[in-house]
Structures are given as structure tokens and as C-alpha cells.
Design a protein around this ligand. Structure first.
Ligand code: TTP
Ligand code: CA
Ligand code: CA
Length: 657
């Protein structure tokens, strides 16, 4: 079946030699230079590190590449390298089970903050100290930053658009970079269009064979399509794959990490591509292969189609496959799902995704949290944790340049969750005008804490989280952060600005923050995170939405059965479903952790002034929405209530999809 969208027609409608013109126009080519989402020639790449935390530990410890290794958090595994995966070890395994499967497995525990310590460290006995330690993901953040910096370095400064999508992945819009390479390689493209008419078709590329090297090339449905000469969409994606191959080699050489990538015409496809072949591979999805690539797939694999919407689509059309949905007319989709969602679905299953790559790399807030297992019962216990939170946040602020006054947060929040799930929170502003230090953060936190505990029924406490937000730039020409959000000349100008000259300036205008609305009409349908798509569902996240749990969906079969000092095994046979985003979690504890994650995410979103879908459809109302000083309790999470009496997963995991 042929697509109606011109983008996915085979690039050469006429077979053989008769064809003279490309299917693309001069105008479409020039749109490439401005990252226009309407250019059918745009090229997007998604790069995702292989078994990221595991590789980080291997690099840190100098471990041989073929040595099975997993990263342990209490008694569970949060990352498993590929050699260990070949023994059947996965994230669902306990350390004990994993060692049975592979006795020579190295299980490296994540770094932790130990109560009373000034700094996180790798402690040999961390796994048995869930009550007094708190996980630190700093080592991975640091590696993530290095990798991101390297990726940015590998691209021309004025022709890059890099969106950090999580701690181990980025989207790259390579369009403008490719445009410039294309004009160099094919100078005939710089000629003005015939009759100066930009709607004229381009000449065909003067090449008939493309060298894809070791790329995994998605096959075509119809071998005949392969016989068609390449058009410019094939050429640009080939150039994209060369760029990505170089970036990957650079990361490998300089830092020792392997990663996988997908190269395609939009974000959705590039993300599906990076997960298609792992590890250390890149997959190219040419326009002419899109249809075949998608038609064999279940639509529930696609971002936003894993949860409630996916279920609705399944029941409306009685199928899970894209193939079966393709013949459904758009009118019928609109009828069943509403206009916006119907149109969105119609386009999505055809591989159409106009969402932009956003070069947003600034941290908006930071959060440090701990779920208590067992719950804590008095102020002193709480204060010990506040001290750790303050140290944790402060060390991250130092990385952000708070000491040089490059950036600083304006507000601080403390959130408290009682054993029954009710939440309370207080917020205050952070005094400006002098350099922020750890002691100040600690004092502010204690202050908020004493406000909260003046209320009735705050004990036992199941979770505390401290966050800072409302970051402001203290300096003009904030190279490396602010400059990144500026474009072209603006950015070059800002780079020339003397940093010292403006230290302390509070009048600096913040770089324009553009709120992204990928599919404006249907935002309401989608959680920004955590829908059960089966893969990591990520939006662009700040580095520091961490420390609560990951809403990663596990399958029923993959039910964890943890032992030892970690969370007790919970003998639930049914999957829990989050009422906020439809994520499926396999036990009550995972669900509660997941709700904690929502809670933390809401706080962050608030900081960004965002109202997320999750917020507006929440059954778990948050404590405080704004900077008022009063506190409030929330309703119990409806489906989670059964779990509230259960012990918490007393740790803090990276949020990230
Ligand atoms: P992922 O990219 O989902 O997975 P991965 O990098 O370990 O493996 P893959 O090769 O399949 O991409 O997650 C990146 C890191 O995030 C992972 O190394 C550890 C952390 N993480 C958690 O802590 N908990 C989780 O549930 C998930 C999914 C990831
Ligand atoms: Ca990864
Ligand atoms: Ca990832």
C-alpha cells in the first residue's frame, strides 16, 4: 500500500532512467537550513547509551568489555551490561538470582550518601544499609554531562540543535548541518531555481549508489523500491548517518562508551530506530522504508500509545497492529477518538511526527529525596536526612556554577508524605545577595520542616523531599548554558561577552524559554512521562529530575522478587496501574514509588510553570501548588491505597524513562 503523504512515497515514482527531477523542491531544500519541521528533508537522530550505568561503572573501574556486570541498588539491579544480558540477567533479577545465572557477574552497588557524611562515596556495604544510606547518581550525571559536551563539540557550534532527552540520550536535529554539507558536496544545489520559482523541483542527485557502511538499514517492503535511484531524502539521511557514526566513534574514543542511534526524518522514528538494534549499532530509517518499518510493529510501542490511549485504540479498532490500523479512514479515527487525537493517530502510524528538537539543556530545579523504610517517627531523624539533602543539592549547585554566581535558585521546597499517602509541603524564597552555601540550604530546610511538623499527624513520615528551583542566571553571556539557547549571531555575540564584566548582574534577561507543544491539541491525552510504551518514554528532562523512582513499566512476567534487606517481596499477582498515566507496575511498592515520582515531577513541572496532563488529571493532588505558606493534605491515591500500609522502597532511583 502506498502512502498518501508525499514524504513517504518512494523517492522515485518512475522506475528506470526516464526521471530527471527530484520529488523535492528548492524551497523544501532551503527549509532544511532553518530546522523547519515542515521540510520533508529534515534529519533527526536519537542517540542512546548502551546499558548506561553499567558502562559508567566499567569505565570507572577499568573492567574488561566482555566481563558481565550489573549495577546494583539495594538488592535490585538497575542496569545490566550486554555480556550479563546474555546470561538471561535483566533489571527484574535480584542480585542473588543474577549471581545464580552467572556466578562471575560483578554486581557494583551505586554510590550512596551515608548518614552524617559530607559527600557520597562507593560503600562496599551499601546494600545492607538502606535505612541509613541514600543513593547518589552524581557519578552518572557527571558522565552524562561529559558525553553531552562531547556531542556538542562534535557538531559545528552554529549549526547544532541538541536536546538532552534523559541522562543517557539525546535527540539531534541535524538538518542545518546537513544542509551546509549538502551544498558543499553538491554545489549545483546553490544555483537559483529555474524561473526563480522555489516550487520548482530539484535536479536528481548525481549518484546512484549510497554507501551505508555498517548501518542497519531498515528493509523495504517491496524490493523494487530499492531499485529506484536515490533522491535527496536518501542523501541527507546518509549524511546524517555519517555524522552520527563520527559522533559515536568520538564518544567511544574519548570516553570509552558505546551507544546506539536511530537516524530518521523525525523524533518518533529516530527513537524507535535507536532501540531497534543494540548495542553499538545505528539504524537508518529511510523515508521509503518507513511504511515497512512501522507496519510490522504494534502501535503500543510508540510513545504515548502504551497507556490509556493505546487501550482505547485497541478496543475501538480491535487490533494492536499498525498494519490493521492503516486502512482505517481518518474520519473514523476522529469519530472514535476526537478530532485532534484521531488526526494525531492517523499521522503517527504513518510515521509523521512534526515535533521539534528543543535545545533545552538548562536545569530548572533539583530534587533530593528519600522514601523511608520503615517510616521515620521524629524530628531528629528527619533532620539527619535534611542534612544529606542539603549537601547533595549543594554539591549539584556547585556544578551549576552557584559559587561563581552563574546561576542560582530562588526558591526552596520541602515536601512531606505521611504513611497514609497524604502530603504536605512548604516553600520559601532563598535569600539573594550573598553566595549561597550549604549551611543556608540546611537552615532553610530545617525551617520548612519545623513549619510542617507543627501540624497534626505528621508522624510517621514515609517520604521527605527537598527541592530548589526558580533558577536565574546571574551572568550575561553565560557560555555553555545560556549561549546554548540563543541562535546564530545572538549566540556568537554572547560568547564574546566578558563574563567578569557582568558578574552579579541580576538584570540579565533570561534566554527566551519556548514552551514546546508538540501536538498541542492532544496534550491533554498524554502524560509527559511514564506512559507504558514498553521503552523509555522520555521528554526532555533536566538533569536533576532524579532521586525518585522510575516509572518504567515492567511486564507481569518480569515481576521482581527481591530479597534480603531490600524491599520485601510482595505477593501481588496482578499488575498495578497508575491512575495518573496508566503506567503498569507490578507491585504495590513499585506503584507507590511511581506515585512518588509523579509527585516529584509535578514539583519540577510547577517550577517550570507547566501544567502537565498528569497534574490536571491527577487523582493524587499535591500538597502545595504555589509559594503560599499554608499546607494541605491530599487525597489518597485511589488505586495505590492498598499499598500505603506496605513498606516503602526506601531508596531513590533515577527518574527517567
Ligand atoms: P535505559 O536507557 O532505559 O537503559 P540502559 O541504558 O541501561 O540499557 P539500554 O542499552 O537498553 O539502553 O536507562 C538508562 C539508565 O537509567 C540505566 O543504565 C539505569 C537507569 N535506569 C534506572 O535507574 N531505572 C530504570 O528503571 C531504568 C529503565 C533505567
Ligand atoms: Ca540506554
Ligand atoms: Ca535511555
Amino acid at each position: 500500500m502506498r502512502m498518501s503523504s508525499p514524504r513517504f512515497q518512494p523517492s522515485s515514482p518512475i522506475h528506470g532512467t526516464g526521471r530527471r527531477k527530484s520529488q523535492f523542491t528548492y524551497r523544501q531544500l532551503s527549509l532544511l537550513a532553518s530546522y523547519s519541521t515542515s521540510s520533508p528533508l529534515r534529519v533527526i537522530a536519537h542517540v542512546d547509551l548502551d546499558a548506561f550505568y553499567a558502562q559508567a561503572e566499567m569505565v570507572r573501574l577499568g573492567i574488561a568489555e566482555d566481563q558481565p556486570l550489573a549495577v546494583q541498588q539495594w538488592q535490585g539491579l538497575i542496569a545490566v551490561n550486554y555480556p550479563a544480558r546474555s546470561f538471561g540477567i535483566g533489571r527484574h533479577c535480584t542480585v542473588t538470582d543474577a549471581k545464580k545465572l552467572c556466578p562471575k557477574l560483578i554486581a557494583q552497588h551505586v554510590a550512596t550518601w551515608k548518614e552524617g557524611d559530607e559527600k557520597w562515596a562507593y560503600h562496599d556495604d551499601a546494600a545492607s544499609h538502606i535505612g541509613t544510606h541514600k543513593v547518589s547518581l552524581d557519578p552518572y550525571r557527571l558522565q552524562s554531562r561529559k558525553i553531552l559536551a562531547l556531542i556538542k563539540e562534535s557538531l559545528p557550534p552554529n549549526l547544532q540543535k541538541v536536546e538532552k532527552a534523559s541522562i543517557d540520550e539525546v535527540f539531534l536535529d541535524l538538518s542545518a548541518h546537513i544542509h551546509s554539507i549538502l551544498l558543499q558536496r553538491f554545489p549545483e544545489l546553490t544555483n537559483p531555481p529555474p524561473y526563480d520559482d522555489p516550487t520548482e523541483k530539484l535536479p536528481l542527485p548525481p549518484i546512484t549508489a549510497l554507501d551505508w557502511q555498517a548501518d542497519a538499514l531498515i528493509d523495504l517492503e517491496d524490493a523494487e523500491l530499492e531499485a529506484d535511484d536515490p533522491d535527496w531524502d536518501d542523501v541527507v539521511i546518509l549524511i546524517g548517518s555519517e555524522i552520527v557514526r563520527d559522533i559515536r566513534a568520538h564518544i567511544r574514543r574519548a570516553l570509552g562508551y558505546t551507544c546506539s542511534a536511530g537516524i530518521a526524518g523525525n523524533k518518533m522514528l529516530s527513537k524507535l530506530g535507536s532501540g531497534y538494534k543494540k548495542p553499538n549499532q545505528q539504524t537508518v530509517i529511510r523515508n521509503r522504508a518507513v511504511q515497512h518499518f512501522l507496519s510490522g510493529m504494534k502501535f503500543t510501542k510508540i510513545r504515548n500509545l502504551g497507556g490509556k490511549l493505546g487501550d482505547q485504540v485497541v478496543s475501538s479498532f480491535n487490533t494492536e497492529t499498525i498494519k490493521d490500523l492503516l486502512p482505517v479512514p481518518v474520519e473514523q479515527m476522529k469519530l472514535k477518538l476526537g478530532d485532534d487525537t484521531g488526526v494525531w493517530l492517523y499521522n503517527t502510524i504513518r510515521g509523521i511526527d512534526p515535533s521539534e528538537v528543543n535545545s533545552r539543556t538548562q536545569i530548572k530545579s533539583m530534587l533530593s529525596a528519600k522514601s523511608f523504610r520503615p517510616s521515620i517517627n521524629n524530628q531528629e531523624q528527619g533532620i539527619k536526612w535534611l542534612r544529606i539533602f542539603a549537601a547533595d543539592i549543594f554539591s549539584r549547585l556547585v556544578e551549576e556554577g552557584v559559587l561563581e554566581n552563574r546561576r542560582r535558585p530562588k526558591t526552596i521546597n520541602l515536601h512531606h508524605r505521611g504513611q497514609g499517602g497524604q502530603t504536605r509541603s512548604r516553600q520559601s524564597s532563598i535569600p539573594q545577595g550573598r553566595t549561597l552555601d550549604e549551611a543556608t540550604i540546611f537552615e532553610l530546610a530545617k525551617n520548612l520542616f519545623s513549619q510542617i511538623i507543627q501540624e497534626a499527624r505528621v508522624w510517621p513520615c514515609a517520604n521527605l523531599s527537598l527541592s530548589v528551583g526558580g533558577f536565574e542566571d546571574g551572568v550575561t553571556g553565560n557560555l555553555g548554558i545560556g549561549a546554548f539557547l540563543l541562535k546564530g549571531d545572538e549566540a556568537r555575540e554572547s560568547r564574546g561577552t566578558s563574563r567578569e564584566a557582568s558578574v552579579g548582574s541580576s538584570t540579565h534577561e533570561r534566554p527566551e524559554k519556548k514552551r514546546r507543544v508538540d501536538n498541542p491539541g492532544i496534550q491533554r491525552f498524554f502524560p509527559r512521562k511514564g506512559s507504558s510504551s514498553g521503552g523509555d518514554v522520555e521528554e526532555s528532562l533536566d538533569d536533576d529530575v532524579v532521586d525518585t523512582v522510575n516509572p518504567r513499566i515492567r511486564t507481569k512476567e518480569a515481576s521482581p522478587n527481591r530479597t534480603g534487606n531490600g524491599p520485601k517481596p510482595i505477593m501481588d499477582n496482578y499488575i498495578k496501574v497508575c491512575t495518573r498515566c496508566d503506567a503498569r507496575l507490578d507491585d504495590a511498592e513499585a506503584l507507590q514509588n511511581h506515585l512518588d515520582w509523579h509527585f516529584a515531577k509535578d514539583l519540577q513541572d510547577e517550577e517550570r510553570g507547566k501544567r502537565t496532563f498528569a497534574n490536571s488529571h491527577s487523582t493524587v493532588s499535591r500538597g502545595q501548588k504555589t509559594a503560599t505558606a499554608s499546607s494541605s493534605s491530599s487525597k489518597k491515591p485511589t488505586r495505590a491505597s492498598a499499598s500505603n500500609s506496605k513498606l516503602e522502597h526506601g531508596q531513590s532511583k533515577l527518574k527517567f524513562g
